[in-house]
Design a binder for this molecule. Structure first.
Ligand SMILES: [Mn+2]
Length: 475
């Protein structure tokens, strides 16, 4: 693709600032967000700092707020680097860290001006779509490459965050925009190959039933997270699990078997209430990281991203950062177990939503009030899955709420692709509605969040409903 020159040259001042601190030996404090994109971004920056011999400390945070920044200020860092958040909280950063140099590498909607000591890199400042064309991991990767060309080996991680943020909105579920540039570098360096196939994790390495059960995007009711059910399903449709003694993987299936599997899965999903369109999410572009061991979750870009996501959501983010830095062995076993627990948890939440008829419909939005029944770290993921299944028969956004352990309510909002183009910007809506109840919010047009004080939830939802209706009628 044609390189976006203006955007690429915007990395230079940030890289220069980073280098000057690294040379001085000042402590580089890396702060990132608790999802797959945040963890891969944190991993990329940690690796880049390590390579320069710079002392650094990386933490994964669920939110950027004043108490968190106060804690960071007390550490007296030389340089603070924010990634996958920061642009929405420029004023706060300037206030809490008035004399500290800062770099902000983000792809969320910027709000206000960057403070005096801060350098901000954000694709949205250059007319590039931060929701679909590059994620924080991509921004962090280009930053790392600007520091040192050897960081090209981090290109796969630069794509992991984009997959985690569901930027595979191109044809056949491929990445697009600036992500293509990163993809091309990864391919040229012999780190990546692409193919179009059934999208289940580990399609060349895992037994078919396990590949189906391990996959959570798309989430297949009754099969995701349930290997025994997947085995029964394959037996029922007559696809042999083994050749001789060897378990068969998806790549061992011939075209006829793949067709049979696809059509059986389609009927199954539709019977479970999924929209016929979501069935097409079963086929797409598979990203294979060629330098990773074939039997590991890091071999497949989507599986890698869901592993990092699980580590972050299950409050084991340093495990994920370690994996990005090259930890394998025990760490990998630990991470895989975390993924198992995470998958079971999601399955339980989805059952809770479905059996309890928990989703309420307002004029312009769906509302899921989970209280303490869904972990605040996972409520957004659950919303995405509910949308992705097409069980909600409308184009309305879904807005979910779960109690946070700090006494606030965590809000997360999602809108189906296709509807996002109809003039709805959830990030702006979250910012405005949260501001109206003394909370804070922001994000992308198609996925955004907020924290609001307890007791303001119904007032907040009323405001969101009104704002969505207003944007809708204006478009
Ligand atoms: Mn992100």
């Amino acid at each position: 693709m044609e390189p976006p020159r203006e955007f690429l040259s915007s990395f230079k001042p940030a890289a220069d600032l980073f280098k000057s601190h690294a040379e001085r030996g000042s402590i580089i404090r890396i702060l990132t967000h608790n999802d797959a994109d945040g963890v891969s971004s944190g991993g990329i920056l940690s690796k880049a700092a390590k390579r320069m011999g710079a002392p650094f400390k990386t933490t994964v945070e669920k939110r950027l707020d004043e108490p968190m920044l106060r804690g960071v200020a007390e550490e007296k860092p030389g340089l603070v680097v924010f990634t996958d958040f920061g642009s929405g909280y420029l004023e706060l950063v300037g206030k809490a860290l008035p004399d500290v140099d800062a770099i902000i590498l983000d792809h969320h909607m910027p709000s206000g001006e960057a403070p005096q000591h801060a350098v901000q890199v954000n694709p949205l400042l250059h007319g590039i779509d931060g929701s679909r064309d590059i994620a924080a991991s991509g921004v962090s990767y280009i930053f790392a490459k600007t520091l040192d060309p050897r960081n090209v080996d981090l290109a796969p991680l630069g794509l992991v965050g984009a997959l985690g943020d569901q930027q595979d909105k191109g044809e056949k579920k491929s990445l697009k925009g600036v992500n293509i540039l990163i993809e091309e570098e990864a391919i040229a360096a012999g780190l990546l190959s692409k193919s179009v196939d059934l999208i289940f994790y580990g399609h060349e390495t895992r037994p078919v039933a396990r590949a189906i059960a391990n996959t959570t995007t798309p989430f297949i009711p009754g099969l995701s997270g349930r290997e025994d059910s997947a085995v029964a399903f394959l037996n029922h449709i007559g696809i042999p699990l083994k050749t001789g003694d060897r378990m068969r993987s998806l790549s061992d299936l011939d075209e006829e078997e793949k067709r049979k599997l696809f059509s059986a899965l389609s009927s199954h999903m539709v019977a479970q209430g999924c929209d016929a369109k979501t069935v097409h999410n079963l086929i797409g572009t598979v990203y294979t990281f060629k330098k990773e061991e074939v039997t590991t979750p890091m071999r497949d870009g989507r599986e890698y991203s869901s592993l990092l996501n699980a580590c972050a959501r299950m409050r084991r983010p340093s495990l994920g950062i370690g994996i990005c830095l090259g930890d394998r062995g025990e760490a990998m076993k630990d991470a895989e177990q975390t993924v198992d627990e995470y998958r079971r948890k999601i399955g339980g939440y989805l059952d809770w939503v479905r059996t309890g008829d928990r989703i309420k419909e307002m004029g312009a939005i769906y509302v899921l009030s989970a209280g303490t029944d869904i972990d605040e770290n996972i409520v957004g993921v659950v919303s995405s899955i509910l949308l992705g299944q097409g069980i909600l028969k409308s184009t309305k956004p879904i807005v979910s709420a779960a109690n946070s352990d700090d006494g606030t309510v965590k809000i997360s909002s999602r809108i189906a692709e296709g509807t996002a183009y109809m003039g709805i910007h959830l990030g702006k809506i979250m910012q405005e509605a949260a501001g109206g109840v003394k909370g804070a919010g922001g994000g992308h047009d198609n996925a955004a969040g907020a924290f609001i004080p307890q007791g303001t939830e119904s007032e907040f939802m009323r405001r969101v409903d009104e704002l969505v209706a207003k944007q809708w009628s204006a478009s």
